[in-house]
Write a protein that binds this ligand. Structure first.
Ligand code: GLV
Ligand code: MN
Ligand code: MN
Length: 416
């Protein structure tokens, strides 16, 4: 296969326009998106991707957890596919590139192979994984985790969102609104390589004036829910000593946790991103408080140590309330395949793109697929490293550069 032909067929204008088209689905006034998993906006994005795929003659199918696949056939009917993609769901106040870029860069690669008239031995599949963000339904990276066999389909279908909507029902509604042929059987099929493109979501590439991040690893991540139970009481009459104030206990617990997770070199990441207080009345002492914890570190042992500390804090600081901590996700650190890493670096170099090796601070669907087959990731810069924010931004040039590297990498892997 002619070196560089796939990259040369990547069209910056087309890729940029596709981002603009997708950004209208769930578009927010500040220029971001609210396209949470299995919402009407998610269904609209699925339909748009499906329409583009069908127009190009690619086949489209979904699976029992709603992962959406676009397949370009190879010349060897028995060859296992090479896959690339990411997610189309967003944070409640998300940007237009987080996840969507990886899906559109994969789709652009399929189109580039087609436009360049390049046949590949293996099929190349673009994928949009269901519910990567995990902000509406926990855990995140759900579609890829079920595909990889790391989460059970039957358990995930029973998960509820914060309003009590059951995932199974939201999925059924989404697939009704965005129909695609259903692949029979449990999610998952054999594949030989997986490469995911994503915006960096941090400032390193921009600071170091590099266009491509050659991703070597993803740090481990865990999520927890802390539930505190107290007793509702009248805000005007109940003396301090007689109160079981669930929010006050949650605050004590949270404060101790922030202190216990502060490390000198600022490697451990600890976030309380959601707090719910019930009954939520200004003049009732809260009887219930629930908050989420997202904790990450490159070492699983460090996460273990800190998990123990969190448990001890919950046990020690809850009185006079009662409290519990439940772990909802634990994903071990990921180390990507050296051969895929080398290939990404080589293709970026051959295209003359300044690049650097780097680990990922954010989680990605690739962390699950990397357990199935040799995998890797390609990062491109985003403005000031800002992500999980409506103002997230990236340049058409950088997005196209990443897609060129991806197209070359996929073309090479698809002929192995
Ligand atoms: C994905 O958005 C993550 O939380 O890393
Ligand atoms: Mn993402
Ligand atoms: Mn994200």
């Amino acid at each position: 296969m002619a070196e560089g032909k796939a990259a040369a067929a990547v069209r910056e204008d087309r890729l940029w326009q596709r981002h603009a088209d997708m950004a209208k689905l769930g578009g927010t006034p500040k220029g971001g998106v609210n396209r949470q998993a299995l919402s009407a906006e998610d269904a609209a994005a699925r339909n748009l991707l499906g329409a583009w795929a069908t127009a190009r003659g690619f086949s489209l199918f979904t699976d029992a957890i709603g992962n959406l696949f676009v397949r370009r056939e190879g010349t060897d009917a028995s060859a296992r596919p090479v896959m690339s993609g990411s997610h189309m769901d967003s944070q409640p106040t998300g940007g237009r590139f987080d996840g969507m870029y990886g899906v559109l860069a994969a789709f652009e690669s399929l189109e580039a192979l087609e436009d360049a008239g390049l046949r590949t031995r293996r099929p190349v599949v673009a994928v949009a994984w269901t519910n990567e963000e995990g902000s509406r339904f926990q855990p995140g990276a759900m579609g890829s985790a079920v595909f990889a066999g790391h989460n059970r389909l039957d358990e995930m279908l029973q998960v509820k969102d914060w309003k009590g909507v059951v995932l199974k029902d939201a999925l059924a509604e989404t697939l009704k609104a965005a129909p695609a042929p259903l692949r029979d059987g449990p999610p998952g099929f054999p594949l030989d390589f997986y490469v995911e493109a994503h915006i960096e979501q941090g400032p390193r590439l921009e600071n170091e004036k590099k266009t491509i991040g050659v991703v070597t690893a993803i740090q481990g991540s865990r999520r927890y829910i802390v539930s505190v139970a107290g007793e509702e009481a009248h805000a005007g009459t109940t003396p301090r000593a007689a109160r079981k104030d669930a929010f006050a206990a949650a605050l004590r617990i949270a404060q101790a946790m922030y202190e216990a997770t502060t490390d000198r070199d600022d490697t451990l990441r600890f976030t309380i991103g959601r707090v719910d207080v019930a009954p939520g009345s200004p003049n009732t002492v809260p009887g219930k408080a629930v908050f989420t914890i997202d904790m990450r570190h490159p070492s699983d042992a460090v996460l273990d140590t800190h998990e123990k500390k969190l448990e001890e804090i919950v046990a020690a600081r809850a009185a006079p309330c009662t409290a519990g901590i439940e772990r909802v996700t634990a994903v071990a650190p990921t180390v990507f395949d050296p051969a895929v890493i080398d290939l990404v670096r080589a293709k970026a170099g051959a295209l003359g793109l300044p690049n650097m090796d780097m680990p990922s601070g954010a989680g990605h669907d690739a962390m699950h697929i990397a357990k199935l087959c040799p995998s890797g990731m390609i990062f491109v810069p985003c403005e000031r490293g800002i992500s999980h924010n409506e103002i997230e931004n990236a340049t058409p040039q950088d997005l196209a550069a990443g897609a060129r590297v991806l197209a070359e990498v996929l073309a090479a892997l698809a002929n192995r």
